[in-house]
Write a protein that binds this ligand. Structure first.
Ligand code: ADP
Length: 241
């Protein structure tokens, strides 16, 4: 069973990454294709057109690098991080997608303690939740990313005003391979939950059909006691791999 789970997780990561890469790269590719066609007929070649092409190529390069970082199987690395920075990085990665969908991403960060986390895996969680929120949103919609202190730790709340889910659909969320999307894997939230739980955190989802969805990622902050579980988790991680 454990071997299956590991296989399923690998599958999930590959599926998500493939879907994510396809989404993120299609837009700059479309732009580039348009400009190549233009270059065929337009003379003289305008330097600003080449600049746009160059910028789009660099965007593709950045996306591939960022995704490779996430895809490469790595042992868990536990370090103290500023979640506001982590969230900003994730939002930057999904900016184009939000723009193309005409969905605004609003940040509302309160000062919070730093957290001990495996930042690449945690980024994967936020990318996934944010991508779901964007996909559920209608054009002109808004997605809020809220960062607040909570008890001994931190809560990241991603709120969309999109399609939402019926109670029946919400109940099936934990099931692997449950998806309503043509290109979905139905594994993203399951993997996300496992990653958050490996951080000794919780993933909570509330949703109302037609009104939207709120996903909360609750994480413990750093502290004398966190340093201990960090040590323990690191050892656990090593015996697993
Ligand atoms: P995938 O996105 O590949 O389908 P997930 O595990 O992330 O896999 O999600 C499973 C299903 O849960 C989705 O297909 C969708 O129906 C529903 N879902 C997830 N997030 C949201 C959301 N923010 N709003 C509405 N439905 C959602």
């Amino acid at each position: 069973a454990e071997a299956f789970m590991q296989q399923a997780e690998k599958l999930a990561v590959v599926g998500q990454l493939a879907a994510g890469i396809a989404h993120e790269i299609r837009n700059p590719l479309t732009t580039l294709k348009g400009f190549v066609q233009l270059l065929r007929v337009a003379r003289p070649v305008k330097p600003e057109h080449l600049e746009i092409m160059d910028a789009e190529l660099r965007r593709i390069e950045r996306i591939v690098q960022e995704f490779l970082l996430l895809a490469r199987p790595q042992p868990a690395v536990w370090q103290t991080h500023d979640l506001a920075q982590v969230l900003d990085d994730v939002i930057a990665l999904l900016d184009t997608q939000a723009l193309m969908r005409n969905v605004r991403i609003c940040r509302d960060y309160s000062p919070v303690p730093q957290v001990v986390c495996d930042v690449h895996r945690l980024k994967q969680v936020f990318i996934h939740i944010l991508q779901n929120a964007l996909e559920a949103s209608a054009a002109g919609g808004m997605v809020h990313v809220v960062l607040q202190p909570r008890h001994e730790g931190v809560v990241v709340r991603i709120v969309d005003q999109g399609a939402g889910m019926s109670p029946e659909r919400l109940a099936r969320l934990g099931e692997p391979f449950y998806t309503t999307k043509e290109k979905g894997t139905g594994l993203g939230l399951m993997v996300s939950r496992r990653i958050v739980e490996a951080h000794r955190g919780h993933l909570c989802i509330a949703s109302e059909e037609g009104r939207g969805t709120t996903v909360e990622v609750i994480l413990p902050a750093t502290g004398p006691w966190t340093a201990r579980w960090t040590e323990r988790t690191r050892n656990e991680g090593e015996t697993q791999t």
